[in-house]
Design a protein around this ligand. Structure first.
Ligand SMILES: [Ca+2]
Length: 173
């Protein structure tokens, strides 16, 4: 087909599937599609948990209405749990940090039956002043992952909220 003759209907299909992409090695990368639960949120709309859904839309470091922020700046451990359209054998989780960077402490994977597994814990060395796609990798799960829970340290930066713009799950269907 002549490249200039790609039908509009196909272009629309491509646009609609931008939420997920598959590498040549079969690795599916999906942005979060629904909020399962969250410990708290600063607002129902701006800074709400739903702001982590879909593709990144915060392009500058700093306090961002289009990112999730907890209700309190410091003092209470916070978490957010999001689900994905296609269950996968997961090998990594991307957490896009846009304020107070360096705050991810634990990640849990949740299988299609709702069972929760710890998959990552450690030192998040993400630096501030830039938006950063922090990627936590782990051995590929033996079970299909439907959702992930991200636990953050709200005291990582006492002067800021710790804010997440987007969450992506990597794995093979
Ligand atoms: Ca803080």
């Amino acid at each position: 087909m002549n490249r200039s003759a790609v039908p509009i209907s196909l272009l629309c299909t491509l646009a609609m599937t931008a939420q997920a992409q598959t590498d040549t090695d079969g690795l599916l990368k999906q942005w979060a599609s629904a909020v399962v639960t969250r410990s708290s949120e600063y607002g129902a709309d701006n800074w709400g948990a739903k702001q982590v859904l879909g593709e990144p839309n915060v392009m500058a470091y700093g306090d961002a209405t289009k990112a999730w922020a907890a209700a309190t700046r410091n003092g209470v451990v916070q978490s957010i749990t999001v689900s994905f359209k296609t269950p996968v054998y997961a090998s990594a989780v991307l957490v896009r940090q846009v304020y107070g960077n360096g705050f991810v402490r634990k990640i849990f994977a949740i299988d299609t039956a709702g069972k929760i597994y710890p998959v990552w814990a450690g030192l998040d060395k993400t630096q501030p002043n830039y938006t950063v796609n922090f990627i936590a990798t782990f051995p590929k799960t033996s079970y299909l992952v439907k959702a992930v829970k991200i636990v953050i340290d709200p005291d990582h930066n006492k002067d800021t909220y710790e804010e997440i713009d987007a969450i992506q799950l990597h794995g093979t269907p």
